[in-house]
Design a protein around this ligand. Structure first.
Ligand SMILES: Nc1nc2c(ncn2[C@@H]2O[C@H](COP(=O)(O)OP(=O)(O)OP(=O)(O)O)[C@@H](O)[C@H]2O)c(=O)[nH]1
Ligand SMILES: [Mg+2]
Length: 397
């Protein structure tokens, strides 16, 4: 696709009929015809009537921001879940625009007390779309249940998830961290699904790291709703790695968009390690200057290149520090014969309560996640009820 022209207009508020002014709309139409453009794309969401009026006045096909993003999603969806999620978002988007498409026909064909063919067709279309939406939602609920079971099976492992604006380099970071080969590309929304990889840290703790869908500014509301299951993975993670493309001139705007999306899905209170990626793309002087400035506001942030591997050890070190600061609250019933493990607990965990029985001891302990992860087999064997509070007492230094 070639962009033949880019036009902007500053207005106090969108024009109700054309979004931009009618004069500007005519002007854009003329330009599009002169340039022989096939479509006109609006970087905002249009109402159905704005969409119709604009295509009438410009005599060109109009695509708004939501539709464009949905089209990209449709092209990139690989798994059953993401295909269903995209179809659901597309249907919901179309459903909201159906009425506009048919009312003009009803007005022509129908009169008072008489329903025109447009309106009848509208009802048929609505019912069909509604049935399909219900069907898709129930299928997605099924998939969500399976995901939940998988998540539960991993619940004892510290889980890290990569979040960030689309194209920031999340998949490339995961590939380098776990020697994987996930698809990466210089395009928006290369990743639409969550992929999880296991990793054993230098300190021998096992963790899982997931890559997921990228965020975007002015995210279409239908996408948040239909990608609920995918975004839930972020909500369940213990730690977020927020990857930012340091070379992008809109980095602050993009960082804000990510924070807003995290807020929308109620994941904004999680522990976050901020990773400025793609440092190799900046000339050294510029890099040092930006880094110095960023360090003032984000003292714990990391500066890496997923392409060259520069400073990559910092990521692992930060995760290890985070693990060391996290604690797990658990209850164990340990046979008396396991004296070695019992003394280990007395030496390494905070004992909240203890009760001795004939042949066993029941302990409620708070143990650093790092130590829990190192002795996972024993803990799993004797744990009788677990409550993963994973409270982080101090912020990462
Ligand atoms: N120069 C440079 N390029 C990078 C770096 N990290 C990633 N890239 C490139 O940036 C592009 C996007 O990388 P991805 O890993 O696909 O980005 P993503 O955040 O997963 O993107 P989405 O899945 O689309 O949200 C690819 O062309 C990568 O090769 C880096 O550190 N330096
Ligand atoms: Mg990706």
């Amino acid at each position: 696709m070639i962009v033949s022209a880019l036009e902007t207009q500053i207005r106090p508020k969108p024009h109700p009929a054309y979004f931009i002014g009618s004069g500007k709309a005519k002007e854009i139409g003329q330009l599009a015809r002169k340039e022989d453009a096939n479509i006109i794309i609006f970087d905002d969401n249009l109402t159905p009537s704005q969409d119709r009026n604009l295509s009438k006045i410009t005599k060109k096909r109009i695509i708004d921001r939501s539709q464009l993003i949905l089209d990209i999603f449709a092209q990139h969806a690989q798994t059953k879940q993401s295909k269903l999620q995209v179809e659901l978002a597309q249907l919901q988007y179309n459903f909201s625009r159906l009425k506009g498409r048919w009312t003009h026909l009803s007005r022509i064909e129908g009169g008072i007390g008489f329903r025109g063919p447009g309106e009848k067709q509208l009802e048929i279309d609505r019912r069909r779309i509604n049935d399909r939406i219900t069907h898709l939602k129930s299928k997605l609920v099924g998939i969500e249940r399976t995901n939940e079971t998988k998540r539960k099976s991993r619940k004892e492992i510290f889980s890290v998830i990569l979040v960030g604006y689309t194209n920031a380099g999340k998949s490339t970071v995961l590939n380098r961290l776990t020697s994987s080969h996930l698809y990466t590309a210089d395009q928006l929304f290369a990743t639409l699904e969550t992929t999880t990889r296991a990793k054993t840290l230098e300190t021998k703790e096992r963790i899982v790291i997931s890559d997921t869908i990228g965020f975007i500014r002015k995210i279409p509301p239908y996408l948040i709703a239909s990608f609920h299951a995918t975004l839930q993975e972020v909500v369940y993670a213990d730690l977020l790695l927020h990857v930012v493309d340091i070379s992008h001139h809109k980095l602050f705007e993009y960082m804000d968009s990510v924070s807003q999306t995290l807020e929308k899905i109620k994941a904004n209170h999680k522990e976050i390690i901020l990773i400025f990626n793609k440092i190799d793309l900046l000339p050294l002087n510029q890099y040092l200057f930006i880094k110095k400035k960023l360090r003032i506001d984000y003292p714990d942030s990391l500066f890496v290149s997923a392409r060259t591997g520069e400073n990559f050890d910092d990521i692992e070190n930060s995760i290890s520090k985070m693990l060391a600061h996290s604690k797990k609250n658990i209850i164990l019933k340990i046979p008396n014969k396991e004296q070695k493990f019992i003394s280990y607990l007395f030496d390494n965990a905070e004992i909240i309560s203890k009760r001795y029985n004939n042949d066993s001891v029941r302990l409620r302990v708070k143990i650093p996640l790092e130590k829990y992860a190192k002795n996972l087999i024993s803990f799993r064997k004797y744990e009788i009820r677990s409550k993963c509070t994973a409270k982080r007492k101090s912020r990462l230094k």
